[in-house]
Every structure is written in structure tokens, then in C-alpha cells.
Design a protein around this ligand. Structure first.
Ligand code: SF4
Length: 386
């Protein structure tokens, strides 16, 4: 098949998308089109390029104005769909385009589908209608890249989203793409993201890369394959297969830009702050970052005196270990008597028990409840059952 690479900005995104769709010869056969955007984290940043902006979806609603358009997303485990649509401005889309409506995939009817691991329940509407996968072009701390194949993880029910992280995330993302096949795949690379990807801690996190590119094609593997080549990343670290692909539009060599790969490793260390998140779900990662005052303090560390004091306290003066994810282990050389250590989420129950560490239960621990507490390091400690 064919993958189109087209130059575009958000201002002229409609004409860019029209050209890309035209170049790959896509014509929807069904009356209803389901757009599945990458917008799983309500606190994501449109500016940094970690989620699809509303103008992108509006352009598609306009292009398919003679069809019914469903914008369907399932937010990450523990997150709030309503908050996501408000924060990203998706709620304005049906007002401007009466042919469009918003759907929470978590609440949708599911059908059992046979796949390599047995059976998986996927949203019926993705099979009944024309399904267009609308991904972002970005790196990711757990999966190296987040493109069309990774975007499909948002279609899973919450239970499966968590289960994917417990086995082999990369392999499961690939296997999902063998049974859930979009009719069209689009990647928004107008403002892409590199580095550690979405929602990492402050400057350890992703940064915006203004590429001004769109990718479009009918084969999910081919589209991701082209994007990985443009990003100049090591395919072996991704779930993206090497498939022969015909490229139309821009030349690969003219638009390729080396993306900074994620460098999260087994543990993120800064001063005496250590975050071990081996195979943890993004839901747990985000819940933690959002729910602790720590993340906010780090973001504003240089702007406020209070933040600076907190930053020094948490990051430099006192060792502070946070663990989450199913494959965490006790760090060699760490002394639990001299450091603060917290096991976060149900996955770390065993680690906590084995090493006598404090544990915050939940899968993920409830963000809303924890956030209400406006946790500081001290409050976080006081919350932990003795
Ligand atoms: S506790 Fe956290 S990392 Fe573990 S399965 Fe639940 S959400 Fe994922």
C-alpha cells in the first residue's frame, strides 16, 4: 500500500488532510466514521504535542461532513473522560460540527475478539463503522514510540489496559494491531514530541518538535514504519515491524529529523529522588505525578520560593524512592533506614511486603481522592499506613 507524507500547519490542517487522504486514495465505505484520537490523559499538553488538538478533529469532521462522525476515546486507567474533553476543548467540536459527537469508549458495548492471547473485548463501534485512527507522533518512556499502533491501546477496557503492562507491552501492542485494523491511519506530526514523551517529570519529559508533517495510510504497520524512519529512531526498541512501503508526497530524506529517544531506563534519578517505574502503567505514573504535590513543585521549582525549598528538600537533601509497576525490585545499595521509600499501586504490594516498605494501595491509587489531599512529601508520608 501507500503512505503519504504531507506538509501542514494547524492553520491549514484541513487542506493538508484532504491532500494526504487523496494521495492514498482513501474513500470511506460506511456512513458513520469513528475517529479515535490520541488523547488519553486529561492533563496532557497540546502545546508540547502529546495529544491531538481539537482543530485536527474539526478538520476531519468538516472533510466528512456528509457522514456521521463519532470521536471516541478511552482515557488512561483512573482518568476522567469528561475532564479530558473539557481540557482539550473537544466539547466545542459537536457545537461547530453537528454531524459529530463524542463517545467515551470505556462505556461502549464490547465484542469478544480472538487474538494471540485468547480473547479480548473490543468496542463494537470500531468494527461496525469506518474506523480512523488519529495518532500523535511522539516518543514514549515505556514503548519508545507512540504512534498508530500504540494509540489503539486506548480502545481497551481499563482492565486490559492494566493487564497489557504486566506482560510484554510491546508484543501485546503489536498483537492488538493484528486484530484491530483501522480503515485509515493518520499521524499528527505538526507538533510532535520527543525525549521521554508525555507526562514525565518536568525537563526529564518530552519536548515539542515542530515538524509540520502529516502521515496517512491504510495499513497501520506501514504508517508507523514510515514515522519511525522519519524520527530516525532504533526500530528494534519499538513494536513497529519493518514492512516494505511506498511513500508519496514528501521525500523521506527531506523530512527526516533525529528525535531524541526516551532515556528513562530502569530508574529515573535526579539528586536523591529516584523513580522506579518498571513496566508500570501510564495510568499509575500519571496518577502519581498528578496526585503528589511533588510534581507541581518541580514544575515551578525555579519560579517560587516555596517550590525551590520543596525541590531542594525532595530532590537533593533527602533520598526519596518511589516504586510502581509489576517488575520493580529493591535497588542495590539503597538503605531503607536512611531513605524515604514508597510503593505505589497494587503491583508493588509484594515488594512492599517483602522489604517492609510503606504501600499505597489501588490500581491505580485513586487520583481524585489523593489530589484533593494536595499531597506534599510530608502529607504523602502521613497517608501511608503504618
Ligand atoms: S497498580 Fe498501577 S502499574 Fe500496577 S496495574 Fe495498576 S495501574 Fe498499572
Amino acid at each position: 500500500m501507500t503512505v503519504a507524507i504531507v506538509k501542514s500547519s494547524y492553520t491549514n490542517v484541513r487542506s493538508g488532510l484532504e491532500r494526504a487522504i487523496d494521495l492514498v486514495g482513501y474513500k470511506p465505505k460506511k456512513e458513520t466514521i469513528v475517529l479515535k484520537p490520541n488523547a488519553g490523559f486529561p492533563d496532557g499538553s497540546l502545546k508540547l504535542g502529546d495529544c491531538v488538538p481539537p482543530e485536527f478533529l474539526e478538520a476531519l469532521a468538516g472533510i466528512f461532513r456528509d457522514k456521521q462522525v463519532i470521536i471516541a476515546e478511552g482515557v488512561a486507567a483512573g482518568m476522567d473522560f469528561q475532564k479530558m474533553i473539557r481540557n482539550f476543548g473537544y466539547d466545542r467540536i459537536p457545537k461547530k460540527y453537528p454531524n459529530a459527537r463524542l463517545v467515551d469508549l470505556e462505556k461502549e458495548e464490547r465484542i469478544p475478539i480472538k487474538w494471540k492471547r485468547g480473547e479480548i473485548k473490543l468496542p463494537k463501534l470500531l468494527f461496525e463503522n469506518e474506523y480512523i485512527n488519529v495518532a500523535k507522533m511522539k516518543t514514549h518512556y515505556f514503548t519508545h514510540v507512540s504512534l498508530c499502533m500504540k494509540n489503539q491501546k486506548g480502545a481497551l477496557q481499563e482492565f486490559d489496559k492494566q493487564k497489557f503492562h504486566m506482560k510484554d507491552l510491546q508484543a501485546d501492542i503489536f498483537e492488538l494491531s493484528q486484530v484491530l485494523k483501522p480503515n485509515l491511519n493518520i499521524i499528527d506530526g505538526i507538533v510532535a514530541m520527543d525525549g521521554n514523551g508525555p507526562y514525565s517529570l518536568w525537563h526529564f519529559g518530552g519536548r515539542a518538535r515542530k515538524l509540520g508533517l502529516l502521515f496517512c495510510g491504510q495499513d497501520i504497520h506501514e504508517v508507523d514504519n514510515v514515522a519511525v524512519q522519519v524520527m530516525k529512531l532504533d526500530r528494534k526498541k519499538t513494536h513497529v515491524p519493518d514492512v516494505p512501503t511506498k511513500i508519496v508526497g514528501e521525500k523521506l530524506s527531506d523530512v527526516s529529523v533525529a528525535f531524541k529517544p526516551p532515556n528513562f531506563g530502569d530508574q529515573l534519578n535526579f539528586g536523591h529522588f529516584h523513580l522506579q517505574a518498571l513496566s508500570g502503567c501510564s495510568g499509575c505514573m500519571q496518577t502519581f505525578l498528578m496526585s503528589t504535590k511533588l510534581s507541581t513543585d518541580w514544575h515551578y521549582a525555579y519560579d517560587t520560593l516555596r517550590g525551590t525549598v520543596n525541590f531542594l528538600h525532595h530532590g537533593i537533601l533527602r533520598p526519596f524512592y518511589i516504586f510502581f509497576g509489576p517488575r520493580c525490585s529493591f535497588p542495590a545499595g539503597a538503605d531503607p533506614k536512611k531513605a524515604k521509600m514508597v510503593c505505589f499501586g497494587d503491583c508493588t504490594r509484594g515488594l512492599a511486603k517483602k522489604n517492609g516498605l510503606p504501600h499505597i494501595p489501588g490500581c491505580p491509587p485513586p487520583a481524585a481522592e489523593m489530589r484533593k489531599m494536595n499531597l506534599s512529601h510530608r502529607k504523602l508520608q502521613s497517608l501511608i499506613p503504618k
